[in-house]
Design a protein around this ligand. Structure first.
Ligand code: C5P
Length: 234
């Protein structure tokens, strides 16, 4: 089937059904907009298993997404959407870029959670956007911006609940949305330890891509442990 798009961690293929796409998760890991890049056997499988189960969990908790079904260890069938070029980040605790950029203290709690929009554009290094920028760039309407933020907070509440059961704390995460043929907005892309910061509630140990970003351990072992914890609370 025709390759429609290849990203850093996934390939997207057309299928016979114009309303369905096939996503293949790759054994690759990148950080810093591709500055760090490695092949990692087994990573595609873990991301696919985790992301599929998270989408299923979100559906049970009232959040619709593009996910239809997991069709193999490394593949999913999803509803065809056009990705909106926004990265919607939700932060419960200050970490990562917000500490460097705005001087928040690492570990500072955000109550209520902070929602941010970034422009998904590699050549500009994904800059942060105000709502006015989003409108001027014709990326989304005012109503859509409101809907994206509301959906992001709903995802946050559901993920916090799941991770709490796993003995973990959700620090922050990034999600993406797409529009279907009719213009309906759907949660899309992937949700996994690649796109979240997650720490052990007791030890503070990282269960996310920071392990790779900061070279503090084995990413495969970390994601395997995360998956096992998820399975245990299912
Ligand atoms: O880098 P920053 O601190 O802004 O990241 C916030 C959250 O969004 C982190 O959980 C990170 O993994 C995720 N993120 C992502 N993809 C990006 C940028 C951030 O998944 N391109």
């Amino acid at each position: 089937m025709m390759l429609l798009y290849e990203g850093k961690a996934k390939k997207v293929f057309k299928t016979e059904d114009p309303e369905v796409l096939r996503i293949e998760y790759k054994d690759e890991v990148t950080a810093g907009n591709g500055a760090k890049h490695d092949f990692m056997e087994g990573k595609g499988r873990l991301n696919n298993l985790i992301s599929s189960d998270i989408f299923k969990y979100l559906k049970k908790n009232g959040v619709a997404s593009h996910f239809i079904e997991r069709t193999s260890e490394t593949e999913q069938k999803v509803k065809a959407v056009h990705i909106i070029p926004l990265e919607v980040a939700v932060r419960n605790v200050a970490a990562g870029s917000i500490v460097e950029r705005l001087g928040f203290k690492n570990g500072e709690e955000f109550t209520p959670p902070l929602v941010e929009l970034y422009y998904k554009k590699d050549e500009l290094n994904d800059p942060i956007l105000t709502d006015d920028h989003v409108l001027r760039l014709d990326i989304a309407t005012e109503d859509e911006i409101r809907a994206l933020k509301e959906a992001a907070l709903k995802v946050n509440a559901a993920l916090i609940k799941m991770m709490n059961m796993m003995g973990l704390k959700l620090i922050d995460f990034k999600i993406e949305f797409g529009r279907d043929k009719k213009g309906n907005i759907l949660l899309a892309d992937e949700i996994s330890p690649d796109t979240c910061r997650i720490r052990d509630l007791e030890t503070g140990e990282n269960f996310d891509k920071d392990v790779y970003r900061n070279a503090t351990g084995s990413l495969i072992d970390t994601y395997t442990k995360f998956y096992e914890k998820m399975e245990a609370v299912k």
